[in-house]
Each structure stands twice: as C-alpha cells, then as structure tokens.
Design a protein around this ligand. Sequence first.
Ligand code: NAD
Length: 310
Amino acid sequence: MARNKITIVGAGKVGATTAHIAATKHLGDIVLLDIIEGLAEGKALDIAEASPIQLSSPRIIGTCDWESTAESDIVIITSGFPRKPGMSRDDLLAKNVQIIKDVSRNVVKYSPNSIIIVVCNPLDAMVYTAAKITGFVKNKVMGMAGVLDSARFSYFLACELGVSVEDIKCVLMGGHGDDMIPLPRFTSVKGIPVTELLDEEKIAELIERTRKGGIEIVNLLGHSAYYAPAAGAVKMAEAILKDKKTVLSCCAYCDSEYNVGGYFVGVPAILGKNGIEKVIELNLNEAEKAQFKESLDHVKQLALKVDKLL
Ligand SMILES: NC(=O)c1ccc[n+]([C@@H]2O[C@H](COP(=O)([O-])OP(=O)(O)OC[C@H]3O[C@@H](n4cnc5c(N)ncnc54)[C@H](O)[C@@H]3O)[C@@H](O)[C@H]2O)c1
C-alpha cells in the first residue's frame, strides 16, 4: 500500500513540532522544508534519531529543495513570521503574504494534487492567499486555528469544572483573531450543555481568556505558541489521511454557507479524504449571527489587503 506523504513547510517552532507529532503518530513519510540551510535537515535527523526510543519508525527527511516534496498528499504551511509581544496577528500580513505566495507556487509545481493546511498568520488571510495562488478546488485548501482555539476553550473549561478534557466538546467560529467566537450553546461536557454547569459570567471570563490565549503565550515566551498549534495541524492532517470524517472547527471556504459570500473563515466542518467534505451550518441565534458578521467583516478587510499586495 502506498504510504502517505506529508510535507511541512517551515522548520521553525510550529513546523518542527508538527513534524515530531506527525512522526510519533505514524502518519506517513515526512518532508520538512525550510529556506535556512541545515535547519530542516538537522531537525529531521533529530526526530529520526528519537524513533528508536519512541518505537516509531518514521521516514523523515529535512531539505531546502522542493523537488523532495514532489507528490505530497498533504502540505502543511508553517513558513512565516510569528508574533512578538506588542504585535497583532494582522501586523504579519504584508511579510507573510509574500512567503505564502512563493510557497504556494511551489506546491502547485510539485504537488498539484495535494491538500493544503495553512497555519501562518494572519490565518484566514493566508488561507485566502494560498487558495488564490494555487487555484486549487476550495475544499482542498484550509487553515488551522479553530482546532487550537477550541482546545484552549476546552482546556480552560475542564480546569474550571474539574473534569477530563476528553469530556468537553466545543464549537468555535469566526476569524482567528480577538473576535473569534467560542459558542457556549454548542459546548457540552459529556452531552451536558456547559450553560447548565457554569454561570454566564464565568463562561464570559473563559471566552475572554480563549480570545486572548495567543497573546497570553506570546507575553510569557516572547514568541507565539507551538505545541498546541502543531497538535492542531496534525489533528487535521490525520482526519484527512485516515478519512476519519472528523468534525473540527477550521478555516474553510464558505459561499452560501452562513451567507459568507466566498471567503475562508472559521466554521465547523467534516474533514475526510477530500479535505473539507462539508461545512456544518448551525442555527445561530441573533446575537451569535451578529458576532459572526463582525468577525467576518474583519476577515473580508484582510482579504482586500491581500488582493492589493498580490
Ligand atoms: N494558526 C495558528 O493558530 C498559529 C499558531 C501559532 C503560530 N502560528 C503562525 O505560524 C507561523 C510560524 O510560526 P513559528 O513559531 O514556527 O515561526 P518560526 O520563526 O519559528 O518558523 C518559521 C520558519 O519558516 C521559515 N521560512 C520562512 N520563509 C520560508 C519559505 N519561503 N520557505 C520555507 N521556509 C520558510 C523560516 O526560516 C523559519 O524557520 C507564524 O506565522 C505564526 O504566526 C499560527
């Protein structure tokens, strides 16, 4: 049986951690690529050398050469500048759009049948860029943010309630910014609506911490998060490669869905071998619709900026 091939572009903090998690999960052959000579090779070798200890047997190589990425099934794009304290994700747009443009052209050239998972920020705008440059069918281009943001919300809820993180199921929508929308009405603890277990004020506090979850880490580390973002990217890749039909919050193309009108934004979706197999449309109430509209307006503004830069 042919082995899956996963290319991870960018061997920095998110990229290398993604490679390590993917290797321990036996997801397939991994190619880690960076523009810095030696960086991807060194990290790939280090991950490979961990395999006898971890009893995993990944085939992983590091390279600067796109030829080695040919015929990948999935390309995870983590190549881009991260935030530093005092920066918003939007501040990264001008620099990262050029990187995504360059990378996307190489994806088209070497892996025209691949599925792309973008991780770089500002997330929704970078997914839009990758889709525009590659021209891939829209279900094969997506972004990882909702998996991370829902994980943060779930973790904070689990700590507050003193329950296992496994029991929390939550849905989160909107762009990957301070206006993201964790949805308590669609969040449950082993089937029990979270609204039955916590009062409005406490839920609002945890939503606020989730929205600021990225900057909380940036302020602690002087650099953005990477363990949880990498776990999120691998979760999406696994759902696709194993055709799991997993429901995950991710940045997906929506047209008539939620009346988005042709943009990439965070929504719950089913992930399987065809990428985004279906966007799940929730019956939002008026307050949720208003929040989604505000977040979507922000996503659209960034897409306009991308159009001007390309
Ligand atoms: N979506 C999310 O939830 C989320 C979470 C955390 C970080 N991020 C984003 O992920 C990106 C990566 O973060 P990081 O912490 O790994 O940064 P990093 O600086 O550690 O790594 C980025 C790597 O990309 C490489 N690179 C740059 N241009 C390249 C190109 N053209 N081709 C190949 N490689 C190239 C750099 O050499 C560097 O090694 C940032 O944009 C960050 O904001 C997103």
